[in-house]
Design a protein around this ligand. Sequence first.
Ligand code: PGA
Length: 266
Amino acid sequence: MRRYLIAGNWKMNKLTSEAVALVNELKRSLPAKKNVDVLVCPTYTSLYPVKSVLEGSNILLGAQDVFWKESGAYTSQISPSMLKDVGVTYVIIGHSETRGRFGVPEPDFDETILKHFGESDETVNRKAKAALSAGLIPIICVGETLSERKEGISDGLIAEQVKKALDGISGEDVAKLVFAYEPVWAIGTGETCESDEADRVCHLIRTTIEGLFGSAVCEQVRIQYGGSMKPSNAKDLLAKTNIDGGLIGGASLKAGDFSAIVDAVE
Ligand code: PGA
């Protein structure tokens, strides 16, 4: 039996004092559920203060990215052991907002700048390996843009993202991983992927893993859905066989909404 993982990706939101206030509220409002792991992923600057507040609760701490080197001249980067050091146990890797193919350009923004976040399948793979060897659990994000979906190439592309992310990783480590299916067109847009379709793609991710590592491994991997998950659609999505949780952006910034999503797990 896989445990559900409900994770809040706070993105670039909340000053330290606001982050601390939010987790204090969450500690009060989260429903007690035996089969759910609850995770919050604040900004780097809030990790340490949030960790102090989480002490003694069941809420887990995650980061939004990691670099693959341990230390050295890598200005701006943060290493797996630095995250471990502040109590992080999970790390999001390859979010579409960091990957090179950026699907929702802002009209008043130079898209080439966004491309310079430059995440590729290869850097995702390096980060996943480095995180695993430090004992962190990667949440690897995969998903297609709207134009890729319209072209009918999304299934092949997602399978490719999964394969490349797992290159050179042992079956034992793969079993610990989390994948998040995040259709880029559904992120922060209010547009949700229909639950049957989300379930189908999560199944595709699982069978891709099965093809590489066998069924014992693929049955252990947790696969989340992410993209405008909210209290009103969470129950439907989380009831699906292949959806083991959610990676939640906007709705994770309000304690009431996030708690209601956790509560939607049967
Ligand atoms: P959203 O973001 O819930 O605001 O759509 C999800 C994500 O990007 O992880």
